[in-house]
Design a protein around this ligand. Structure first.
Ligand code: COA
Length: 343
């Protein structure tokens, strides 16, 4: 899917962003012995130094709800002003109902539409696209988009190929009509031939939970790291090039590049290929690890709070994740809302 927004009747953008991560920090040294790895290896191969980890009993909605409240406050609205709550997650509170239903209730949003969207680490970009289309079609005036994942709940802490990479978190954005700027183009894709390169075998309808599936650790993540690395580096670049071309821009026209925070080496590769100068690239994977659907909105929240992004800035976001899915959104930051520091 690819489209630019040139012919749309209204401009739609992000007017508020918020995030929430658990307090507990787990460093590389904390996991090194159990996973037979080292801080040095993890930093060199991934750029990750630490991650935030949710404790027992903490679920997706527990991080999603505060992130959403902050986004609403920064947009200067309340949950009563929202028509749709859209939660991108692959780690819901429970198989059903949707975590979006739980979040909408926690926010006191009333009987608004609410559903989850599953696109792995690309979930936030997919959800922004859905929100945009829903608003332009006149189905909603304001959409609350949340990206939340607690992938540490699915880790085998003895599997050094996966447990070093992930952290927990949530990020949220209010999407609505804006008076200037807004989304310029979107590109989304998927290659389902890679399903088993990054997946959790059990717990779904293919292999429901049994004592055997628990004993076999089939409820934990399986990943072909090398394969994912190769595919991710390629599609991060292709997706960015496509979304830019669709809007009539070159990489040099971008003010800020917000790549999915999977691995510093994947980001470095994309930046080199695209020819985007390092000072325009947002990186926080060292402090959060890969927070999946939360990674891009956590970056946006930090950028707004420290003043990195200002109205008029052209921001390119690109995600890649299990599926394998990928997606990019290009936005010109609007002047509306976005009360960065004061909430
Ligand atoms: N600590 C120490 N050694 C490790 C290790 C770790 N955490 N993980 C793997 N190794 C070892 C392997 O056993 C292998 O040893 P061998 O040569 O003796 O067999 C060696 O390091 C190389 O393994 P390889 O899997 O090729 O490493 P890599 O350089 O590809 O790095 C990942 C592994 C997981 C860091 C890397 O593949 C990666 O980041 N992939 C992308 C994953 C990702 O981002 N997923 C989410 C996408 S949204």
């Amino acid at each position: 899917m690819i489209a630019n927004t040139k012919t749309a009747a209204i401009r739609v953008g992000i007017t508020g962003v918020g995030s929430c991560v658990p307090d507990e920090i787990v460093t590389n040294d904390d996991i090194a012995e159990r996973a037979q790895t080292s801080d040095e290896w993890i930093v060199e191969r991934t750029g990750i130094r630490q991650r935030h980890v949710a404790g027992p009993g903490v679920a997706a909605s527990d991080l999603a709800s505060p992130a959403a409240e902050r986004a609403l406050a920064r947009a200067g609205i309340t949950s009563a002003d929202v028509d749709l709550v859209l939660v991108a997650t692959i780690t819901p509170d429970m198989p059903f109902p949707a975590t979006a239903s739980v979040v909408a209730e926690r926010l006191g949003a009333g009987q608004v539409a609410a559903y989850d969207l599953q696109a792995g680490c690309t979930g936030f970009v997919y959800a922004l696209t859905q929100a945009y289309a829903t608003i332009v079609a006149g189905l909603a005036r304001r959409v609350l988009v949340v990206g939340v994942d607690l992938l540490t709940k699915y880790l085998n802490w003895e599997d050094r190929g996966t447990c070093i990479l992930f952290g927990d978190g949530a990020g949220a954005a209010v999407v609505e009509e804006v008076s200037d700027g807004g989304f310029l183009s979107f590109e989304l894709g998927n290659d389902g031939s890679h399903v088993e390169d990054l997946y959790v075998p059990a717990g779904g309808t293919r292999q429901p939970a049994t004592a055997g599936s628990v004993a076999a650790l089939d409820h934990t993540m399986r990943m072909n790291g090398r394969q994912v690395f190769k595919f991710a580096t390629r599609v991060m670049v292709i997706s960015a090039q496509r979304v830019l071309a669709s809007a009539g821009f070159e990489p040099a026209d971008i003010d800020l590049y917000v790549p999915h925070q999977a691995n510093k080496r994947i980001i470095d590769h994309a930046v080199r290929e695209l020819g985007i100068p390092e000072e325009k690239v947002v990186v926080n994977v060292d402090r959060f690890g890969n927070t999946s659907a939360a990674s891009i909105p956590i970056c946006l929240d930090e950028m707004l709070r420290d003043g990195t992004v200002a109205p008029g800035a052209r921001v390119l976001m690109t995600g890649v994740g299990t599926g394998i899915t990928w997606g990019s959104a290009l936005i010109e930051w609007p002047t509306d809302g976005n009360n960065g520091g004061s909430v």
